[in-house]
Design a protein. Structure first.
Length: 433
């Protein structure tokens, strides 16, 4: 080990011990001054964090040294003690420097007089002379940060503390600091909250052609520029649905809300149950939600995939594909008192005001197993002209499928079928191509 290193280690040990002392306190039976005098700690340096904090949450640190030793370069020297570390969020320590002064007064960088301007750097390679008494101030430079800019063509209104501000396309939304060498993003989590728009996705480019994978890597080269990623928003406040888990949650709460389907979703035969559809569901371009399962059993009432479609329903640019539907209807003991049901593939009622645009429902396979004395009201006499849709027009009356299609041209059913079986014998079957 080199002599200089040995001396420095001894210095560090003494300094760290001295760091724990507070002027005016007792050290055993000694006063603080007696301890300093006995150990010949006649050199005194006060370190000011200058906008940062030491790990003790203080903004300054006083350290005493023996003459002819080296001062600690706090934040650079590895002392094995967290008590003498210093940090400032978003910044990197550059040097410990003397303060700039004018006429004996400190010069500040900010109006609040919290950060001192610094001048020449202290030389930690030189030994301290006897009775050294100096103050050093941390000089900080901005760390490489992650700038998040707004992508797309539309401005968004975002919350900035208690106020709001408008951010134009290309402008910076916010910044984040790196957690060591990398920073992991939750890619479904918005960088800032908007009052008029919904966050969709991060991208590495302003044109939104390359999706960001969620891992920002801090550059290692000197004076590297900030890392820039882009956040895409859409106008309006929606719940964004990107995967099966989010879609299952959407189907369980379709009585209200606004949902934006971001991409195709394979439900992987997830079971859904919808009593009422009265929400907005849309996408920018046509997307497909596929492979759903609907199972239900009972003895009366109405059965359908989407239940009652309410007056506020507004569905556009969505294809629902590959829906397996199974209904089991319990039989009745008497033919004079049958169990009465209505069974539809899509909906069993629709209220005025519902809207459809470019909505396709395809590959619905419905299987209805009925017990004895079950009456399927909308299919009496084996008629199958009303098994896709129901819309109540008056007591006991519904639209036929043809009437429904004429009224709701934005909704199409393709390649679907229904089979009704009583005691294992098919009694009704119908299909649409």
């Amino acid at each position: 080990m080199k002599t200089k290193t040995k001396i420095k280690l001894i210095t560090i040990l003494i300094a760290v011990l001295a760091c724990t002392l507070i002027a005016g306190c007792q050290v055993g039976r000694e006063t603080y001054q007696q301890y300093v005098d006995r150990n010949n700690l006649s050199c005194h340096i006060t370190y000011y964090a200058n906008g940062g904090l030491f790990e003790t949450r203080q903004n300054k640190k006083e350290v005493y040294y023996k003459p002819d030793t080296y001062a600690i370069n706090i934040g650079v020297d590895d002392l094995g003690s967290s008590d003498v570390e210093v940090h400032r969020d978003g910044y990197v320590l550059k040097n410990w420097c003397y303060a700039l002064s004018e006429n004996g007064n400190l010069v500040y960088e900010d109006a609040e007089k919290t950060i001192v301007k610094t001048g020449s750097a202290f030389d930690f390679t030189k030994k301290l002379s006897a009775s050294t008494e100096i103050s050093l101030y941390a000089t900080w430079v901005l760390d490489v940060q992650i700038e998040i800019h707004l992508a797309g063509q539309n401005s968004v209104t975002v919350k900035d503390g208690e106020t709001t501000k408008t951010v134009a396309p290309g402008e910076e939304l916010t910044r984040k600091t790196f957690g060591k060498a990398t920073q992991i993003f939750i890619t479904d989590s918005a960088p800032v909250e908007s009052t008029d728009s919904t966050f969709l996705q991060y991208f590495t480019d302003a044109e939104c052609t390359n999706a960001f994978d969620g891992l920002a890597v801090k550059p290692t080269e000197e004076n590297a520029p900030n890392v820039v990623i882009y956040a895409q928003y859409m106008s309006g406040i929606y719940t964004v649905v990107k995967n099966k888990t989010q879609a299952v949650k959407m189907f369980s709460s379709m009585g209200s809300g606004k949902y934006y389907i971001y991409n195709d979703i394979d439900m992987e035969d997830s079971r859904i149950s919808i009593a009422r559809t009265n929400c907005t569901i849309e996408s920018k371009e046509n997307v497909t939600i596929s492979n759903l399962v609907v199972n239900s059993q009972g003895s009366s009432g109405s059965y359908s995939v989407f239940g009652v479609i309410g007056s506020k329903a507004d569905i556009k640019n969505i294809t629902f594909a590959n829906i397996k539907v199974t209904y089991s209807i319990r039989g009745a003991n008497s033919a004079s008192r049958p169990n009465i049901v209505n069974i539809y593939a899509v909906c069993h009622d629709i209220e005025d005001g519902a809207k459809f645009e470019n909505v396709v429902i395809k590959n619905v396979e419905m299987t209805v197993t009925a017990g004895e004395n079950v009456q399927i009201t909308n299919m009496l006499g084996n008629k199958t002209d009303n098994w896709l849709f129901g819309k109540q027009v008056s007591e006991g009356q519904t639209y036929t499928d043809a009437q429904f299609k004429e009224t709701y041209g934005g909704l199409t059913v393709e390649s679907s079928s229904i089979t009704v079986t009583v005691n294992s014998v098919p009694v009704i079957s119908a299909s649409v191509q």
